[in-house]
Design a protein around this ligand. Structure first.
Ligand code: LLP
Length: 433
């Protein structure tokens, strides 16, 4: 769900004309719709009726302080993967005690910080990690609350770089060894067994893999509840979003026009597939969505620099590069690209849409057809709210983009464009030069 739409021929975010934001703050600029994020959160949080559900926002998708605060205000916990993310949520003034800490490589300093912050659960991926948690918790005179991430060996049918639930992936403890791992954990003095966790991948667009994973792990969850009194079962994240026709999918009419069997995965369908298996368990259910909450709630605004007419191929060169939005270069991901000023009277243009970075991989779309646009005109990359700014870099000495949040008729800069001075601030020349 999202609130990007044309008003007349001008693309708006909620009630704000995106061209006004580009004029004021320049490009490339990320724009987030607060109301879209809130609606997505509420919809997912209520999709498993009859269950005690806690949504832990997977901050890796978008770590902006403003976004963290928005979800914190709604009562969300967080799914952290680094000490930096915990500090971001704390800097945003969020309560992190309902949050969890995931990841295969938690460092000693991160574990210490997470224990001090009083997180709800550590999602443990290996026995050496458990030993480290036990050791540090002991030194601090505390108990570390843990859940093993169990790998159910389910194929999520998603891109190879973001599938995680297969046994050949680096994540989790194989299901057949889980019991043993929990028995071992129960012998550690400074460990409290609190839950069980799965996460099978990202951008999953059908319910089948979720239902299969939950069914496979539910018997273990029941056993752990009886044996160790665990409190929760975390289902991870992974609910996919619409990337093709992203703009149109914001309208109810788009969904209504599709046969039910062909509609993209909805929170309701997800809930209906997993809730019946979970109800008998009597456990709290944690969800760790990232993309679903924020992807379609954000766009990246960019300006056309040149239209270069090549031999049998046109190149639309824009001022955003893969340093700003890496998903197409990294995962062959599709992002819909639309003009901020729609003009049906113009002819169509078919072009490769590329950035300024000195690599052929800096290509957002090949042979994409859109209305004729030229120098100085503005484009929006749709569905850029997740893994957009969060994965940005300064490659080619390009400063990090600005970020703006919209609510209703207001918008505010929530992260100023990086200045060149900030870009070099930590560097120094060695004395021997
Ligand atoms: N929980 C765990 C343990 C995860 O590893 C992830 C994502 C999530 C939750 C959130 O998954 P989501 O709901 O966002 O699918 N950069 C890639 C996606 C990487 C996902 C990594 N793990 C992309 O741009 O598609």
């Amino acid at each position: 769900m999202h609130l990007f739409h044309y008003v007349g021929n001008a693309l708006h975010c909620e009630s704000v004309d995106l061209a006004a934001i580009a004029r004021l703050h320049g490009t490339p600029t990320y724009v987030y719709s607060a109301a879209s994020m809130e609606a997505n959160y509420r919809r997912l949080a209520t999709a498993l009726p009859g269950l005690d559900v806690r949504v832990c926002y997977a901050m890796k998708a978008n770590g902006s302080l403003a976004v963290a605060r928005l979800f914190g205000n709604l009562g969300a916990g967080f799914d952290f993967v680094s000490g930096g993310e915990i500090r971001r949520a704390q800097a945003a003034g969020c309560d992190v005690t309902g949050s969890v800490f995931a990841g295969v490589g938690k460092t000693e300093a991160e574990v210490r910080h997470a224990l001090e912050a009083g997180l709800y659960g550590f999602h443990v991926e290996s026995e050496p990690e458990l030993a480290r948690l036990n050791h540090i918790a002991g030194l601090m005179g505390r108990k570390a609350p843990v859940a093993f991430r169990v790998n159910p060996d389910v194929d999520a049918g998603t891109h190879a770089k973001i599938t995680t639930g297969r046994s050949e992936n680096k994540f989790g403890v194989p299901l057949q060894f889980a019991e043993q791992a929990y028995e071992a954990a129960s012998r550690f003095k400074h460990i409290e067994i609190r839950g069980v966790q799965i996460h099978i991948g990202s951008q999953i667009t059908s319910v089948g893999p979720f239902a299969a994973a939950v069914e496979k792990v539910a018997p273990l969850a029941a056993q752990l509840r009886d044996r160790f009194g665990i409190q929760y079962f975390s289902l991870g994240g992974g609910v996919g979003v619409v990337y093709q026709e992203a703009l149109a999918s914001g309208a109810q009419a788009w969904w209504d026009a599709r046969p039910v069997a062909e509609r993209p995965l909805t929170p309701e369908a997800y809930g209906a597939a997993v809730a019946p298996v979970l109800r008998g368990l009597g456990l709290r259910i944690l969800l760790e969505p990232g993309r679903f909450l924020v992807a379609n709630a954000g766009v990246l605004l960019s300006r056309v620099e040149y239209l270069k007419r090549g031999h049998g191929r046109n190149f639309l060169i824009v001022d955003a590069g893969f340093n700003d939005l890496v998903r197409p270069a990294m995962y062959e991901a599709y992002h819909e690209i639309v003009p901020l000023a729609r003009d049906a009277s113009r002819p169509a243009l078919t072009a490769d849409i590329v950035g300024p970075i000195c690599e052929s991989g800096d290509t957002f779309a090949k042979e994409r057809t859109l209305q004729q646009v030229g120098e100085g005109e503005l484009l929006a990359f749709m569905s850029a709210g997740a893994y957009g700014f969060a994965m940005a870099s300064r490659y080619n000495a390009r400063p990090l983009a600005a970020e703006v949040m919209v609510r209703g008729t207001s918008f505010e800069l929530v992260n100023a464009r990086e200045t060149y001075a900030q870009m070099f601030a930590n560097e120094k020349l060695p004395s021997f030069l």
